[in-house]
Ligand binder design. Sequence first.
Ligand code: N01
Length: 529
Amino acid sequence: MADFDAVIVGGGFAGVCMLHRVRGLGLTARVYEAGSGVGGTWFWNRYPGARCDVESMEYSYQFSDELQQEWAWTERYASQPEILAYINHVVDRFALRGDIQVNTRVKSAVFDESAGRWRVETATGDRVSAKFCIMATGCLSSANIPKFKGRDSFGGLMLHTGNWPHERVAFTGKRVGVIGTGSSAIQAIPLIAEEAAHLFVFQRTPTYSVPASNHPLDPGVQRRVKADYAGLRQTASQMPFGFDTRSTEKLAMEATEEERRAEYEDRWERGGLPFLGTYADLLFSKEANDTAAEFIRGKIRAIVRDPKVAETLTPTMVVGCKRLCSDTGYYETFNRPNVTLVDVSRSPIDEITPHGLRTKDQAYELDCIVFATGFDAMTGALMNIDIRGKGGITLARKWAEGPRTYLGVATAGFPNLFIITGPGSPSVLSNMVPSIEQHANWISRCIGYMDEQDVERIEPTVDAEDAWVAHVNEVADGTLYPTCNSWYLGSNIPGKPRVFMPYLGFPVYVQKCEEVAAKGYEGFALMPR
Ligand code: N01
């Protein structure tokens, strides 16, 4: 059995960054990656139109200024192939590939109490041990394909956006059905519509989306950012979501109607997620939120020509409660003659048939079904691994009523197990790359501290964990987030406990992590060597 200082599960942005950090400590490490290449999210999500909705200049590592300076992004929002090329460049530039074993899914990780080591087993039969086990399994990596009756009887092509084939899928001449209208669907739908003979969009909940206004990145803008990259990173780190949303302290209800309209119009024109940064109270006050929601509803009515279709596309919930989308020509797509919107909230999908699908009211003949039905978010990938801590307790049992962590980075009873961007950390409510990097930095500093201080094991105390879980919930309860059925709450997965999983507030969180470390890892139990 091979022994490592650290096993890292997952070779996406988190695994790659963590490997770089533990290498920096002089530790031996092995990354196991289920895919045939690195990239995680950007390896698997190859559907047409897949691109990031955080600007490319910010969706990148900052651990090496040389890397920041030499890499040139081509668009304001990077496409999936470009991001995949970037992560591969990073892996080669820092000579990390040798420690990454692809095509290898981790099956189990069991803490051997007497040896104080994690025993890790893969689906391909590797058995290794490591002092540290670091879960870099991703927040949105376990695809959710609803168990519709007859699902496996379909005779055509069935795809999930999060597990897309590597070769191009041709939709020409095909009748295509897309189930779902979340971030993945709204990117894929306009492009599939351009190609398909006919596209049926099966919508359960309408989506708020703001135009991305994507464009080629001006070399001048790029040069200016690079002249003071640290400045951009610093500004971003002080924003609520950890990226430059141009968030203000202004309150919507303190502005006049004309001022609000002008602000929203400006943000709509500039495009993207900073729309939510227009006013500080948009995610806290229903009255404030209504003003933004009504603005977007007005845009939908103005864009979509058929008033009935427009009405079906118009959301009624709080804007931002489910993740805000950012699109290129999404609502416009419903003006095409070859696109039909089907409201499956009124007439639910009853079954998948050999030739298509049937809703309560009608049968649809399809050559291809695209499931854009999302993920078992934040906990799904961890639950797919048999993780056992002290006393043989499984993580699945410990988290049966919802995930329990301290700072989203560790969980009591599982010594020397770290989770990158786990539930209870800002993760999906932030720019993922800086959040990943902040965790990888914090974990590597913690491991360094353990070495200096002769600490053998570390795990959160139950008290610290309980207090943190309560705090995460309290913060969420002070917002409008729990008012709809989002995947943040696990509500998209039947039977999953309804618990708000991410922590809202990147700057406050980072400060808390710093304080914990400065106080000798306050809230953790440290066992000496
Ligand atoms: O998944 P989703 P996603 N019957 O869960 C519907 C990130 N991301 O892959 O809302 C019918 O958002 C479901 O309907 P409802 C981003 O964080 C980022 O699109 O549950 N419909 C919903 O419409 C994002 O939030 C980027 O009623 C069913 C859709 O499927 C996250 O990934 C791009 C159904 C699922 O939407 C997930 O996005 C892509 C059923 N049984 C993704 N089950 C960018 O950076 C589910 N649905 C741009």
